[in-house]
Design a protein around this ligand. Sequence first.
Ligand code: ACO
Length: 357
Amino acid sequence: MIYAKITGWGKALPPASISNDEMSTIVDTTDEWITTRTGIRARRVSHVSTAELATIASKQALACADVSGEDIDLVLLATCTPSTMVANTASLVQKNIGATGAAACDTNAACSGFLYALQNATAQIQSGMIKKAVVVAAERMTWYINWAKRDSAVLFGDGAGAVVLEASSEPSGLLGTKTGCDTEDRDILHIANYGTDLNKYEAVGPSDLLFEGREIFKRAVTGMSLACDDVMDKAKLNLDDIDALIPHQANLRIIQAIQKKLDIEDEKVIVNIDKYGNTSAATIAIALCEAVEQGMIKPHANIMSAAFGAGLTWAASYIKWGERITPLATSDYTFTPCEQSGLELVQDAVTACKNNS
Ligand code: ACO
């Protein structure tokens, strides 16, 4: 049996950020409202493209695995905020990391994208089609934000996370997975004015992320818990076997509700929404990387992960960590210096959105 072991991990978190107090200078909100309703205290704003975020995270992951880009067979980029649609953004990441022999493809399953891509790359390795893959999730959610609307403006941030997968005989990597999509409810979370349904000859104004927060909240809790139960059942895992839970970071109260349903102890639940907000497909990839770096993932740990996003896509994954929890090497490749604050970076977009509202 061939497995797809995770041998490298990396992340890219842009240096500029916007705190809740700073957010309250843009929209009519307060630190108290955002913190108590969502658990978010700050979010990062990228001064570089989605492709560059993905490149930084992927280079770190490759160094961590001590694998050269030339040895990679597949680059899968999970994103709903691609730098470019044609050519796909993964092709630029492939070029940037020197993976010239690799296939390169974007995956859009919104917030579930990283787990969808992980499943896809793992299946290709397990089938023997390929031997090594980079799975990277990168998002520039602040690009989509309508800064005139407080309900969505406060929720999202930018960032990227990546893993390297290698064929191995050791039972590790993605050992259990379930993905799905509740398409009947696809309209409760969408961006209305984006894509080829638009009349491109009419002025369309700022893109607008529209959602029914309370409905999504309920469905996210039920959907992610049921998917976890199903994966754990098939993998014959008991609650005691789970060492870490890495849920999609959309709302701290959603995370706590899933934790309660699954009955998992606080110290096993990985949470970083306070620092980064919702980075869509990237939340789980960033949280996984950070959890390893912070010593929260031990050798051979059993990790459960679950995601929920537009579509409405959903996914749950059982990941078995390997022996190694330290990088084999590190990459010097990082962000270009950013001279602007988070507020300065979004200033033009804020003005444009307010003029349009
Ligand atoms: N600051 C202050 N007040 C606000 C803000 C804000 N940023 N946003 C909304 N409000 C107000 C509303 O206008 C409303 O006021 P009203 O009672 O006078 O009408 C009040 O707060 C309550 O609004 P609700 O939308 O009912 O607040 P809720 O408690 O449901 O929290 C939230 C909203 C945080 C979006 C929550 O529903 C949620 O997390 N939902 C799930 C996650 C989600 O939908 N994320 C976006 C999609 S992406 C994904 O990852 C799935």
